[in-house]
Design a protein around this ligand. Sequence first.
Ligand code: GLU
Length: 502
Amino acid sequence: MAKAPADGDRAVRVRMAPSPTGPLHIGTARTSLYNYLFARHLGGTYVLRVEDTDAARGSDEFERDIIDNLHWLGINWDEGPQVAGGEDIGPYGPYRQSQRLELYAAEAERLLASGQAFGCYCTPEELEAMRREQEARKEPPHYNGRCRSLTDAERDAFLSEGRRAAIRFRVPDETVVFDDLIRGRVEIAAEALGGDRVIVRSDGSPLYHFVVVVDDAAMHITHVIRGEDHLSNTPLHVLLFRALGHEVPVFAHIPLILNPDRSKMSKRRSQTAISAYREDGYLPEAMVNFLAFLGWSPGTEEEIFTLDELANRFEIEHVHKAGAVFDKDRLDYLNGVYIRSLTDEQLAVRLRRFVSDALDDRGLVAVIPLIKERMVRLADARELVAFLIETDAEVADRYGPDELVPAKADAAGTAAALARARDEIADLAPDDFSTGELEARCRRAAEAIGWKAGDFFKPIRIGITGRSVSPPLFGSMELLGKDRCLARLDAALAKLATVVAA
Ligand code: GLU
């Protein structure tokens, strides 16, 4: 089994190589994190390379989403573009593949010159016919070697027909063996690659398998840490490294992320864009902690780690082979832990963009003790503080008279109980209008009329907040203030009166 490098080995250089064909995906974020942790753990260099050769599918908007959200997670890199559309930093740039096309062309020429690649003049129609014949013979699809050894005359004939050559890499007939830091020794027969592979299309555009190898070599990448979905590509990459005369990097293929039913996580089944979690109010610290555990564990019961602590502890050999199940409940749990670890002031800063400015900063800090325990995501605060922002009329519009009535009571009885509560509250001197006093009075009043506290509180809660589930009732009342509480209770009593009279 390959060993992770020790001090004194060749300086570690790793890269993340996202394709900007979609927003930052959970899987890419996790791969990026593992590369980051690996580099930081070993004092190595971390490179961002934007794999944007697929101009049809790629976009600047996705590059921005990927870079912004990696920064949001706290993942930073030493080389490559630091901001979307920005200048590159580092000695091996440019770091966008769309700007490296000359290098790919030169490297392809090298393979042609050494005979390790050849021009292939087959048209798409001919290749399709070949594929169908193989299918009919129940053979796995493979390139049949038709242009492997063309004579000059045959080549000239194709050219005069106006055909243009794609470049195919001559795949040797051997079993490719490499040591993977996570999976151990991997042996795959090159036959599985389906024959000689196109590395440059006939329009001159190079393919992923080729450019990834050219760039990993040119950027002196020592360790390729990427998703297990690339494992079957790795034999081809190993052969290309060798053909180009480069040292083969060490590979580490990290397990797939799975849905709870163990199917591969997909955006149809789960939310996969990091930006969506950010919008919902997951804290980056919780997200990072969660992602780190998708396929790795420290081998202890500890579960809360900062990014620095993770970098300290992360050992690539402790990454699991088995797929990592995406457990949303665990993410919610971690987010709650991180939310509650913040001071009220710190939390107010994080909450600011989730809560309307109609609640000013002081009001926001004041309500936090009431809602902190109840929030799973920062966006939950919006609903939890709404009763403070809504007008009395808006609160009243949220419920009908029947909702005020507890299961075992009727409208008239509820009206009497609520009137009693209103009187108790009205009776309080402004200085006594506190959570403790409000609760004590309401509990005594409930007892005096023989109501269970929960039943007695129900119409008060709905009248005050417009909701049957709310932050702690008496704390909410204290924040709202006496006048607004009385106005809201009067509105509730007026609603009840319409059904009592009827
Ligand atoms: N651009 C490739 C991807 O996003 C990179 C794969 C690799 O790390 O080699 O899947």
